[in-house]
Design a protein around this ligand. Structure first.
Ligand code: SAH
Ligand code: SF4
Length: 403
């Protein structure tokens, strides 16, 4: 089911900067810009923080413990705008995909190329958890040969507020704030006390470690105990292997780590994940061994996409187990999600089973990831913004017309 909400709506013209998604330091700067005395700023930041992140306020008028005069001043200088949902798709398995239109970064940025940029964000409900797959960039510069996102031309980093904004949008849409109604269509976890969004994975569009500062700041906002309050153990950053940033991610922030390995030999990994030419497998695995906080209770996930006849032999399964020996690891076999024009096919089911048996017998539990949301192209590596697709369609139509 696809609901187009306002696909043709123009991006807003010059608007007040939004405070939704901002860090404490950014909100403090905003208060300073209003001329608030330094001694008052801390208290105001805590109040605004509570309203935005704990209560899900959508309007300054809701902030009842802030004086009326200040509420009016806030309203004339800022707003609480979030990325706009321009398309809401629901898969038959309950997975949802939202196409989000990002506002210009702020009023000063109105002429930048960020105008009207779009990203996708996927929500996967299960009985005992709800996982939100967020994007860290518009597109991706890395061109992994099996990934649709990598073929998108337009690329820019998301701001911290745009990353946090994806979680705020999801929680608003799912009624996941105190005193808000949850949707009754059964698309949120049913377990007692389970939040609609309990887990975050940075597996949407983009390479998070190429935008590490904003990603770490966003994780700190998401994990802040006075607000969104997600455990960092339930926030997973997936990387194609930007080795020099892995240590910093662990030491300065400490989320769970996932590595997109996909091959056990450098020659093949060079072809699948070209970044491997810069940071080969052995260097990547050493960074994993050294990841701050890694232990049997906090394992690293190794993702391995199953490509028919390319990386799916029993010998490669055995080599995978050998390579990961000594690293506290989980293995996640991902059936390849095809996209139009993809140069690969997904491995046969028997091949995946044989591969997974070898991995299982080496002591790794339930290693195959069930594909979700395939009917709405919501699965890993299929995300590519609608504007890009529309542009491509328009180009094809123009070519047809010229012939
Ligand atoms: N750039 C980061 C995170 C986003 S991609 C990374 O590469 O890890 C999230 C996951 O989807 C990665 O493991 C990626 O390799 C995988 N992926 C990409 N395209 C895919 C496809 N078509 N089918 C299955 N998995 C895919
Ligand atoms: Fe980028 Fe990850 Fe896709 Fe590779 S798999 S192109 S790093 S998003």
């Amino acid at each position: 089911m696809t609901v187009s909400l306002s696909p043709a709506a123009p991006a807003p013209s010059v608007a007040n900067p939004s405070l939704a998604g901002k860090t404490r330091a950014e909100i403090a700067d905003a208060m300073r810009a209003l001329g608030l005395p330094e001694r008052e700023i801390r208290m105001r930041v805590s109040q605004i923080w509570h309203w935005i992140y704990f209560r899900g306020a959508r309007d300054f008028s809701e902030m009842l413990n802030v004086s009326k005069v200040l509420r009016q001043t806030l309203d004339s200088a800022f707003d609480l705008r979030l990325p706009e949902i321009v398309e809401d798709q629901v898969s038959h398995d309950g997975t949802r995909k939202w196409l989000l239109r990002l506002a210009p970064v702020d009023a000063l940025d109105i002429h930048s190329k960020s105008l009207g940029a779009e990203v996708e964000c996927v929500y996967i409900p299960e009985s005992d958890r709800g996982t939100l797959c967020v994007s860290s960039q518009v597109g991706c510069t890395l061109n992994c040969s099996f990934c649709h996102t990598g073929t998108q031309k337009l690329v820019r980093n998301l701001t911290t507020a745009e990353i946090v904004g994806q979680l705020l949008v999801a929680r608003q849409r799912l009624g996941d704030f105190p005193d808000r109604e949850r949707p009754t269509d059964g698309l949120v976890p049913t377990g007692d006390g389970v939040r609609a969004v309990s887990n975050i994975v940075f597996m949407g569009m983009g390479e998070p470690l190429y935008n590490i500062d904003n990603v770490m700041a966003a994780i700190d906002v998401m994990a802040d105990g006075d607000g969104l309050s997600l455990s960092k153990r339930r926030i997973t950053v997936s990387t194609s292997g930007v080795v020099p940033q892995i240590e910093r991610l662990g030491a300065d922030c400490g989320p769970a780590l996932a590595i997109s390995l996909h091959a056990v030999r450098d020659d093949l990994r060079n072809a699948l994940v070209p970044l491997n030419k810069k940071y080969p497998i052995e260097e990547l695995l050493q960074a994993c061994r050294d990841y701050p906080g890694v232990s049997n209770a906090r394992r690293i996930t190794f993702e391995y996409v199953m490509l028919k006849g390319v990386n799916d032999s029993p010998a490669e399964a055995r080599e995978l187990v050998r390579l990961l020996k000594g690293i506290p690891a989980k293995i996640n076999l991902i059936p390849f999600n095809p996209w139009p024009g993809a140069p690969y096919e997904c491995s046969d089911w028997e091949t995946i089973e044989r591969f997974s048996d070898i991995v299982f017998n080496a002591g790794y539990a339930s290693p195959v990831r069930t594909p979700r949301g395939r009917d709405i192209l919501a699965a890993c590596g299929q995300l590519k913004s609608e504007t890009e697709k529309l542009r491509a369609r328009a180009r094809l139509a123009a070519q047809d017309a010229a012939e």
